[in-house]
Ligand binder design. Structure first.
Ligand code: GSH
Length: 359
């Protein structure tokens, strides 16, 4: 497989960790922005990573990519057998994919060491020659990223501490679990671990500012990142069959933050709004862009919940006794994204988090 992406990209790192785990050979290439029209025709939105299977098929969006590849490589599955544990794996993956993104972007672009380092790397990865001095291109990159990935996504002086607290809470929640076992849901990596690799690998453990925090505050997480990166299929590993107390702080955090955001976003989408507000753990986020893609994320989680039998549904409810979790099973809630109704993903056209692309 040919992977188009970046060696510092959130989702490219997640996909690479999975491909290495499964022993799939691949090569990593910079994004061919000079072939934008062709990419749009193949995958819709131009976002990283894009997979060229070199047989005419192209894939994008890491969550459906992982599910698709799991069908092709069913040995050592990353989804636990137990329906409750599998549901928790999906929920954790979605939180890592979609909630921790804001903190990861903030630490990368709001702090000088990280911003300087990453703009230096990105300028070299652009495959199309830009006829401008290097320092000008780096400044353009920094300005674009700050504008689109921090300010547009709710970073203000008043949300700044909460966005950083979100990172600390993730580290503390993971530490609590990793004190018990080598991976989040057992002695082998699950979908949840690959999801957490997105923020924890290429951003938090490698951008100098959050890396310093991880090393000092959460050495077990630092160790887990390296363990995940070198993980190869271990048939003797097992998943937990019970979700026990060490998961509680993490699950509480996921509900209070990610599910609160998914609910506020989807409610605004259902009311045809393009901006929304949310109060997360007492912090007010205002003038946020509504994301159609995240309506789809919530829809998929709700579908997975509905697909469980009643006993398993009750078990999940008892594990998530927080008001924000009710959106997962609220039968009065009926907002849908209309996206990927034909379930073509990861093939065909995808949209990005802001709904850009041609579904
Ligand atoms: N849901 C997608 C998200 C992909 C995504 O947002 N990738 C980011 C970089 S890690 C991107 O390409 N952003 C657009 C840009 O930087 O221009 C996935 O899981 O693959």
């Amino acid at each position: 497989m040919k992977i188009y992406g970046s060696r510092v990209s959130y989702y490219t790192g997640k996909l690479e960790a999975y491909l290495k785990y499964k022993g799939v050979p691949y090569t990593l290439h910079g994004m061919p922005y000079d072939r934008a029209d062709e990419l749009k025709e193949k995958v819709g939105s131009i976002q990283m990573p894009i997979v060229d299977r070199e047989d005419g098929r192209w894939m994008s969006d890491t969550t459906p990519i992982l599910f698709e590849l799991e069908k092709e490589m069913p040995d050592n599955p990353i989804l636990p057998d137990d329906p409750v544990v599998a549901f928790i794996a999906k929920l954790l993956e979605d939180y890592a994919d979609e909630w921790l993104w804001r903190s990861a972007m903030h630490y990368r672009w709001s702090y000088r060491y990280s911003r300087e380092l990453i703009s230096n790397i990105l300028v070299d990865e652009i495959s199309t020659p830009v006829p401008l001095p290097r320092f000008v291109v780096r400044r353009m990159i920094r300005r674009r990223q700050i504008k689109y990935f921090t300010k547009r996504d709710g970073l203000t002086p008043s949300t700044w501490p909460h966005i950083e607290q979100g990172y600390f809470n993730a580290l503390d929640g993971m530490t609590r679990i990793l004190e018990q076992r080598p991976y989040l849901l057992g002695t082998r990596p699950s979908l949840a671990d690959f999801g957490f690799m997105a923020p924890m690998f290429r951003h938090f453990s490698q951008d100098p500012d959050p890396e310093e925090i991880m090393r000092t505050r959460a050495p077990l997480v630092y160790e887990w990142v390296a363990r995940m990166w070198s993980a190869r299929q271990v048939p003797e590993g097992a998943f937990v069959t019970e979700i026990s107390d060490e998961m509680t702080p993490m699950l509480k955090e996921v509900c209070e933050t990610h599910l609160q955001q998914l609910a506020a976003n989807a409610t605004a989408y259902g009311a045809d709004q393009s901006r929304f507000e949310m109060n997360v753990q007492g912090c007010e986020y205002r003038d946020m862009p509504v994301s159609r893609y995240r309506v789809y994320c919530l829809e998929r989680l709700r579908e997975h919940f509905q697909a469980m039998d009643t006993a398993h549904q009750e078990k999940v409810k008892s594990l998530l006794p927080y008001k924000e979790a009710a959106i997962l099973w609220d039968t009065g809630f009926n907002v849908t994204s209309g996206y990927d109704e034909g379930r073509h993903l990861p093939y065909g056209h995808a949209i990005n988090v802001y709904g850009e692309g041609t579904p």
